[in-house]
Design a protein around this ligand. Structure first.
Ligand code: PLP
Length: 258
C-alpha cells in the first residue's frame, strides 16, 4: 500500500465491495462500509469525512473516547464553515468487546453496538438506555467456531439470547456480527461466514428477531469480499483503508510467505 493515499485505498475497497456484490448477484443490495479507526490518524479520518463517509467503527474504549469528540469538533467546524459535503453526524459503531461497567461511557455516542454477547451485558445496556430515555440498536456477536479464546455467544445459544433481548423495550436487536478465525487464505473463512449466514436467515425466517432484524456484520480487511459474497451487509475495514500504524500480532500474508 506504499504511496497510496487514504482516499485511493478507500475507493479501492468500495470498488471491491461492489464487485463482490455483483459476483454474488447482489448488485442491488446495500452494503455499508464501516471504517474502523483503530489504526487511523485524525487527518485520515477527516479525509474520509470530507468525502462524505459517515460510518466509523471503534473497538477500544480509550481510543473511542479520544477520537469521537475530535470527529464531533471537526464536523461542527465544517458545518459552521458551510461545507456541504460533510455529513451532519458521524455514525459510530462500537465493535469491540464491551465490559459492563463501560456501557454508560459509550452509549450516548453510539449508533450501533456490534458486540453484545451475553444477557448480563444486554441488561446493562437496557438500564443505561432507560436512563438516557433512548432505544439502543445492537447486534448479537456470535462465535461461529465456538472457540473459547474468542468473544461471542455460541451458535446454539444465539436464539435464546435474542428471545430474551426481545423483551427489553430499550434495546432493538438488528442482527448478527461475527468474525472469522484469522486465516491466511480468505477462502478458508467462507464456510464460517456461510454458517453464520444460515443462522441469520434461520432467525429471520422464524421471526424471532422481529421486523428490524436485517443486519449481518462480517468481513474485515482480509476477508470482506468473501463475507459480502456470503451475504454480509456491513463490513468492518480498518487497515485496508488506513494502513497499519501499529504492529499487529498476526503476521501479514507477505511475511508469512517469506
Ligand atoms: C480491528 C477490527 C476490525 C478491522 O480489522 P482490519 O483487519 O484492520 O480491517 C474489524 N472488526 C473488529 C471487531 C475489529 O476489532
Amino acid at each position: 500500500m506504499d504511496g497510496e493515499s487514504t482516499r485511493q485505498r478507500y475507493e479501492d475497497i468500495c470498488r471491491r465491495i461492489d464487485e463482490a456484490k455483483a459476483r454474488s448477484g447482489r448488485s442491488h443490495d446495500r452494503v455499508h462500509l464501516v471504517a474502523v479507526t483503530k489504526y487511523a490518524a485524525m487527518d485520515q479520518i477527516r479525509e474520509l469525512i470530507d468525502m462524505g463517509h459517515v460510518d466509523l467503527g471503534e473497538g477500544r474504549l480509550q481510543h473511542f473516547q479520544k477520537v469521537c469528540p475530535q470527529v464531533e469538533e471537526y464536523l461542527e467546524r465544517q458545518r459552521s464553515m458551510g461545507q456541504v459535503n460533510a455529513p451532519e453526524q458521524a455514525r459510530w459503531h462500537f465493535i469491540g468487546h464491551l465490559q459492563r461497567n463501560k456501557v454508560r461511557k459509550i452509549l450516548p455516542h453510539v449508533r450501533l453496538i456490534h458486540s453484545v454477547d451475553s444477557l448480563r451485558l444486554a441488561e446493562e445496556i437496557q438500564s443505561a438506555a432507560e436512563q438516557l430515555d433512548r432505544q439502543i440498536e445492537i447486534l448479537v456477536q456470535i462465535n461461529p467456531t465456538d472457540d473459547r479464546k474468542r468473544h461471542g455467544i455460541a451458535p446454539a445459544a444465539v436464539k435464546h439470547l435474542i428471545d430474551q433481548i426481545q423483551t427489553m423495550v430499550t434495546i432493538r436487536v438488528r442482527g448478527l456480527m461475527a468474525m472469522a478465525p484469522p486465516v491466511e487464505d480468505p477462502e478458508d473463512a467462507r464456510p464460517v461466514f456461510q454458517r453464520v449466514e444460515e443462522i441469520f436467515s434461520e432467525i429471520r425466517r422464524s421471526g424471532a428477531g422481529g421486523d428490524g432484524f436485517d443486519i449481518l456484520s462480517m468481513g474485515m480487511t482480509n476477508d470482506f469480499e468473501v463475507a459480502v459474497e456470503c451475504g454480509a451487509n456491513i463490513v468492518r475495514v480498518g487497515s485496508g483503508i488506513f494502513g497499519t500504524n501499529e504492529v499487529t500480532e498476526a503476521a501479514s500474508p507477505e511475511q508469512a510467505e517469506a
